[in-house]
Design a protein around this ligand. Sequence first.
Ligand SMILES: C[S@@+](CC[C@H](N)C(=O)[O-])C[C@H]1O[C@@H](n2cnc3c(N)ncnc32)[C@H](O)[C@@H]1O
Length: 437
Amino acid sequence: MRYYPVFLDLAHQPCVVLGDGKLAMEKAAALREAGAEVRVIPARNYKQGDLAGARLVFDASDDPAINRQSWEEAEAAGILINVVDRTAQCRFIAPAIVRRDPVLIAISTSGESPFLASALRARLERWLGREWGPFTELVGRIRRGLRERGVPIAEQTKVYRRLVRSELRELLRSGRGQEAEVLAASLARPGDHGGRVALVGAGPGDSDLITVKARDLLADADFVLHDALISPETLALCGPGAILEPVGKRGGGDSTGQDEITDRMIELARSGHFVVRLKGGDPFVFGRGGEELRDLIDAGIDVVVVPGVSSAVAAASSIGVPVTLRGVASSVAITTATGSDWPGRIRDLARASDTLVVLMCRANLAEVAAHVATAVGGSRPAAVVSKATWRDQRSVEGSIADIAQLADQAVIEAPATLIVGEVVGAVAAHILQAVAL
Ligand SMILES: C[S@@+](CC[C@H](N)C(=O)[O-])C[C@H]1O[C@@H](n2cnc3c(N)ncnc32)[C@H](O)[C@@H]1O
């Protein structure tokens, strides 16, 4: 690494900007904003000795002769200089800045690409909302109070953790400053505080399909109790201090009982921890999230629910099949091939809906397909998508009469979702027709 990052305190410090173009004016304005005493010297007026006493110099003259002279003068006097656009003549480089005062984030590509530095800045600005400014001020105020009262560091850290994981930033973002103050004051009281549980949807697999809110919660969680099918990339979004506890079942293997999972969440929350219960897809679509929510509320635990992208919809969209399509399908039924009543339910839903989506169907796909065919005829288009949005996603399409055999031939594995209806192939068929015309 060539550069050593620092933030300079230039308040009331003499600084010089050489040049009279737009860039020179920008540099002078930025220095003044930081409280520096800035002297701007037009390029034609610069003479040896003008830099004497300066802490920092920008040469924005864009004149090679002046550049050489200013560099030599600054080097001889030990003054920090930046000759704009000449990396070899820079004792410091100016980073791209994300401002969330008092938070200041500096980005540097070590001069490799100012374009990338500003692209990164734009990303960070979107990620780090304006509320981070007032939030940091609030935390700073609380910190000063705790220090004045001599609260031990370990207690202080617990307070900061509570503040970071709370809904404070959301309140500040939506302009509810007063409520934020009240909440912050209660969280800042040392002592025992109850924890929280977040029931969070992880989406169908691809870690990029998780919500921004879920990402934030994972970054702050003390414990993450997760299903078996959560990808390593998604689990990598957990903060470095998070304790991961796998609790899901996979292909009939060992799993933690539902009561055990709920008891564990209650136990952790009661001892003050922030727990994320991370579930595949959406927590409330055949994920037992509803039962968990009910039991947590009954136990008096503070709980939030964060929806996720359900495989019930993502499986179809991942192969370009819209579950509804104007003129083709205006109703969707989502069910599973589990429970003793599934054959009758699947036949009824196949008749009643334009598109039928069946989860947890891989083990008895042949039977499921046979029941659907009995209800709506064997020629209805169908698709099976396995591991939708994962890197090893696979799918087959065909008639419902043939689909189970096609899935076996293609070695389609669980988790897999069956989609039945005229929507399968409809968009591709339209495209083909358009080409034929
Ligand atoms: C217990 S259910 C949970 C569904 C989950 N809550 C959701 O909203 O996606 C598990 C079933 O979801 C379906 N499934 C989950 N992830 C999938 C994926 N990536 N591709 C296809 N189907 C998937 C399979 O049918 C699997 O058997």
